[in-house]
Design a protein around this ligand. Structure first.
Ligand code: HDD
Length: 717
C-alpha cells in the first residue's frame, strides 16, 4: 500500500489503478495447502474421527481440534442486512470518459481515461438472504469506488424514487413490507395486508407504488438493470462552486423485464436466476457495462424545475434536465468468496470524497446515520473498515483505537492530537483545504414541519402511468389486482383504489373491477389524514424513458432455446444459430433426453438440456427447426408442446420453421399477418430465405418481449 497520498496519486496512471484492489485483496487470500491445520497452525492428524476413550467410548473434552472446529461452525453466521439482504456482487472498474473538472474537485472525476476499482452489489429490498431472486421487488444497486482520496459509495436502486420522504418513516415502511410479525409471512412479497395498509395511509408512497407494480420491478438480468442515486447530491469544484447532481447508471444491454408469471415460475425453478446470470456472464468473459449519466443542475435554476429536488419521491424528467454521459462501469471479475466479499461489504451513503456532497433531502440525512450503525451490529464492531473488501486504497491514519476485531497495529505511545510526544515538537494534524469541505450553510428554526413543496403526491405517479406502453399498463393493472386480491381487509383495498383515483380514474376503476369493493372515490381519499392538496408544476404529460418497451435494443446476452426431436432438419437451423451467435446471443439445444438427436441427414446433434430441467422460462426466445418427423415427434411430446406454448404465452420471440408450425396451431390464434406483428417468425427450410428468417428473428428478439400477443389467455398457464 502506498505510504502517502501524493505517492498514491503520482503512482496512479490511467488504466492501472483498477488492478490495485485486486492486488490488495490477494494479500489476504488463504493459500490452498494439502495439509489441514487448526487455526493455530497445528497439523490436524485425522479430520474424520474425534478423540475418544476407546473406539466405542466417550469423546474427550480435551480434543481441542474437535472443539475448535465445532465452535467455529457454531458461529459461522452473521445477521443478514435488515433490508436488501439478498444480493450478488462483482468487481470491476469505473472509467471516466468526460472530465468533470468544472463541476467537482473529486480526483477520480478529473482525468479522462482514469480508472477506479469498484465493487458493485445488486440486491433485493424485501426478501431474506435465502429468498428467490426474481420476485417483484425494488432492487439495490450499490457501487463502492476505491478512489485515491478514500472510498466513495453510491448506494442507489433500480428505481429513481423512494417510498417515503423522511427517514422517520423508513422503519415503519420496512416493518409493513417485511413478513408480518405474528406469523413470519409472506416471504419476499408486498402482496399482503400490512404493506398495503401502510401504503394506503401514506399517499407519498403512490409514485413508488407505480414503479413497484410495473415491469421495472422484475428485471430480466442484473446486467439489464438501471441504477439511480435517487437523492439529489452536490458536486463542488476547486473554487467551491457547487451544482446539484442526480446519478444514473444505464446498462449497455438495455433495460429488460420478465413477465410476472414467468418471474414467479423462475423463482421456483432457479431461485438464483439473477445471481447465476451475472456470475456466468462474467465467467464467460461477457463483462456487463453501464454508462454513468449525470443530470447537472445549476443551483440558482433549481427553484424553477417544477419539482423539489430535496423530495426523494420525485424524479427529474430527462426532458427537463438531459442526462450527460461521463463514464462507464465494467464488471469483469467474480468475487473469490461470497461471505468475505459480498456479505461483508459495508456500503454507506456517508462514504463520500472531497468534491461530492450531500443535500438536505431528509431521507438522505437519516441514511447518513443508519448505515454505519447497521454495520456495527451486522459486522460486529467499529473496525469493519479493516475487512479486506472494505479497505480503502489510499493511506488511512487517525487516532481511533481498539475495539473488537482490530487488526491494524498502531505504533507509538501517542493516540491523541495535538501532541508533542510523537515528534518532539508540537504536532497538529489538519488537512485544511485538502480535506472534505461541506458546501452548504444552515440556519433556521428547529421544526418537524415538511416543506409544502413536498405536498404533491400524485402528479409524478400520473406522469409514470402516462408514460407506459399499452402492454406495460396491462401489466401494472394486473399486478395491482394480484396484490390487492391477496389483501384480506376490504377497507384497505378500497383506500388504495381511492388513492389511485388521484393518479388516473380509468386506472383506478380497472384495478377495482375484480376486488369486490366499491368504485374508486377520489373525495374519500382527499378527506383522509396524510392526503395533501399539492400539485407540481411539471408541464409534460409523459416521459418516454420511464417505459421499458420504448427502449428496444440489441440481442447481446439473450439466451435462445432450440427445441428439437429426432429427424430435425439442420439447414435453416444452423444458419439462424450462427446469425444469433454473431449478434451476441447464445443458444442451447433442448430435447426430451440428454445425449444426441439424429438429424434428418443422419448427423448427431448434441443436446444441452431436457425440457424437464430447463423449461422455457429460463430462455429469452425459442427456435423450433423444421423436419416432418421432428415436428411429429415434438407434437407427440406434451413437454415439447408445453415448452413452445408457454414461451408464446410469455410473449417471447419465436422462430418456427416448416412443419413445426403445427405446434402453434394448437390454439389456432395466429394468421401469417398477425404472427409477424406479434414477434413470431414463421418460415420454411429454404436456402433462399434462411438469412431473411434469421434477421427477422434477431429483430424480434431485439424487442425483447411482444406484450400484446393474440390468444395468450387461451393457452393454459
Ligand atoms: Fe438503505 C442497505 C438503498 C433508504 C437504511 N440500502 C441498503 C442497500 C441498498 C440501499 C442498495 C444495500 C447495500 C448493500 O448492498 O450492502 N436505501 C437504499 C435506497 C434508499 C434507502 C436507494 C432510498 C433512497 N436505507 C434507506 C433509509 C434508511 C436505510 C431511509 C434508514 C434511515 N439501508 C439501510 C440500512 C442498510 C441499508 C439499514 C441495511 C444493511 C446495511 O444498510 O448495510 O442501514
Amino acid at each position: 500500500m502506498p505510504q502517502s497520498r501524493s505517492e498514491a496519486r503520482s503512482r496512479a496512471k490511467p488504466g492501472d489503478a483498477a488492478a490495485g484492489k485486486l492486488k490488495q485483496l490477494e494479500g489476504y487470500s488463504q493459500a490452498t495447502e494439502n495439509l489441514l491445520t487448526t487455526n493455530q497452525g497445528v497439523v490436524v492428524p485425522d479430520n474424520h474421527n474425534s478423540l475418544r476413550a476407546g473406539a466405542r467410548g466417550p469423546s474427550l473434552l480435551e480434543d481441542f481440534i474437535l472443539r475448535e472446529k465445532l465452535q467455529h461452525f457454531d458461529h459461522e453466521r452473521i445477521p443478514e442486512r435488515v433490508v436488501f439482504a439478498r444480493g450478488a456482487a462483482a468487481h470491476g472498474y469505473f472509467e471516466l470518459t468526460r472530465s468533470l473538472v468544472e463541476y467537482t474537485r473529486a480526483e477520480f472525476l478529473q482525468e479522462v481515461g482514469s480508472r477506479t476499482p469498484v465493487f458493485v452489489r445488486f440486491s433485493n429490498l424485501t426478501g431474506a438472504r435465502g429468498s428467490a431472486d426474481t420476485v417483484r421487488d425494488v432492487r439495490g444497486f450499490a457501487v463502492k469506488f476505491y478512489t485515491r482520496e478514500g472510498n466513495y459509495d453510491l448506494v442507489g436502486s433500480n428505481m429513481p424514487v423512494s417510498f417515503v420522504q423522511d427517514a422517520m418513516k423508513f422503519p415503519d415502511l420496512v416493518h409493513a413490507l417485511k413478513p408480518e410479525p405474528h406469523n413470519g409471512m409472506p416471504q419476499a412479497s408486498s402482496a399482503h395486508d400490512t404493506f398495503w395498509d401502510f401504503a394506503s395511509l401514506v399517499p407519498e408512497c403512490t409514485h413508488m407504488l407505480m414503479w413497484l407494480m410495473s415491469d421495472h420491478a422484475l428485471p430480466r438480468s442484473w446486467r439489464m438493470t438501471a441504477g439511480f442515486g435517487v437523492h439529489t447530491f452536490r458536486l463542488t469544484n476547486a473554487r467551491g462552486a457547487s451544482h446539484f447532481v442526480k446519478f444514473h447508471w444505464r446498462p449497455k444491454l438495455g433495460r429488460h423485464a420478465l413477465l410476472f408469471e414467468e418471474a414467479q415460475r423462475i423463482a421456483g425453478r432457479d431461485p438464483d436466476f439473477l445471481r447465476r446470470d451475472l456470475w456466468d456472464a462474467i465467467d464467460r468473459g461477457e463483462y456487463p457495462e453501464w454508462e454513468l449519466g449525470l443530470q447537472l443542475i445549476d443551483e440558482d435554476k433549481a427553484g424553477s424545475l417544477g419539482v423539489d429536488l430535496l423530495d426523494p419521491t420525485k424524479l427529474l424528467p430527462e426532458e427537463v434536465v438531459p442526462i450527460t454521459t461521463v463514464g462507464k462501469l465494467v464488471l469483469n471479475r467474480n468475487p473469490d468468496n461470497f461471505f468475505a466479499e459480498t456479505e461483508q461489504v459495508a456500503f454507506h451513503p456517508g462514504h463520500i470524497v472531497p468534491g461530492i456532497d450531500f443535500t438536505n433531502d431528509p431521507l438522505l440525512q437519516g441514511r447518513l446515520f443508519s448505515y454505519s450503525d447497521a454495520q456495527l451490529g451486522r459486522l460486529g464492531g467499529p473496525n469493519h473498515h479493516e475487512l479486506p473488501i472494505n479497505r480503502g486504497l489510499c493511506p488511512m491514519h487517525n487516532f481511533q483505537r481498539d475495539g473488537a476485531q482490530r487488526s491494524l497495529i498502531a505504533k507509538g505511545r501517542v493516540a491523541y492530537e495535538p501532541n508533542t510526544l510523537a515528534t518532539g515538537s508540537e504536532l497538529r494534524h489538519d488537512g485544511g483545504q485538502q480535506g472534505f469541505q461541506s458546501s452548504e450553510s444552515a440556519t433556521g428554526e428547529k421544526t418537524r414541519r415538511r416543506s409544502t413543496s413536498f405536498d404533491d403526491h400524485f402528479s409524478q405517479a400520473t406522469l409514470f402511468w402516462n408514460s407506459q406502453s399499452a402492454g406495460e399498463k396491462e401489466h401494472l393493472v394486473a399486478a395491482l389486482q394480484y396484490e390487492l386480491s391477496r389483501v384480506e381487509t376490504p377497507a384497505i383495498r378500497q383506500r388504495v383504489v381511492d388513492n389511485l383515483a388521484h393518479v388516473d380514474m380509468r386506472l383506478a376503476r380497472k384495478v377495482a373491477e375484480p376486488l369486490g369493493i366499491g368504485p374508486p372515490d377520489a373525495r374519500a381519499a382527499a378527506g383522509r389524514a396524510g392526503y395533501r392538496e399539492g400539485k407540481g408544476s411539471l408541464s409534460q404529460e409523459s416521459s418516454p424513458s420511464l417505459s421499458l418497451e420504448a427502449q428496444g435494443g440489441n440481442i447481446h446476452g439473450r439466451k435462445v432455446a432450440v427445441v428439437v426431436a429426432q429427424g430435425v432438419e439442420l439447414g435453416a437451423f444452423k444458419v439462424i444459430q450462427q446469425a444469433l451467435l454473431d449478434a451476441g446471443a447464445s443458444t442451447r439445444v433442448v430435447a426430451s433426453h440428454l445425449g444426441f438427436i439424429t438429424s434428418s441427414s443422419g448427423q448427431q446433434l448434441p443436446v444441452d438440456h431436457t425440457f424437464a430441467t430447463m423449461p422455457s422460462v429460463m430462455f429469452d426466445a425459442v427456435l423450433v427447426p423444421g423436419g416432418p418427423s421432428c415436428a411429429q415427434n415434438l407434437l407427440a411430446s406434451g413437454d415439447a408442446v408445453h415448452f413452445v406454448l408457454e414461451a408464446y404465452r410469455h410473449c417471447k420471440p419465436l422462430c418456427v420453421i416448416g412443419e413445426s408450425v403445427e405446434l402453434l396451431r394448437v390454439r389456432d390464434v395466429l394468421t401469417p399477418e398477425s404472427a409477424a406483428a406479434a414477434g413470431v417468425v414463421i418460415g420454411k427450410n429454404d436456402p433462399v430465405t434462411r438469412n431473411e428468417l434469421a434477421q427477422a428473428f434477431i429483430a424480434a428478439i431485439g424487442r425483447h418481449r411482444h406484450w400484446l400477443r393474440p390468444g395468450v389467455e387461451g393457452i393454459p398457464a
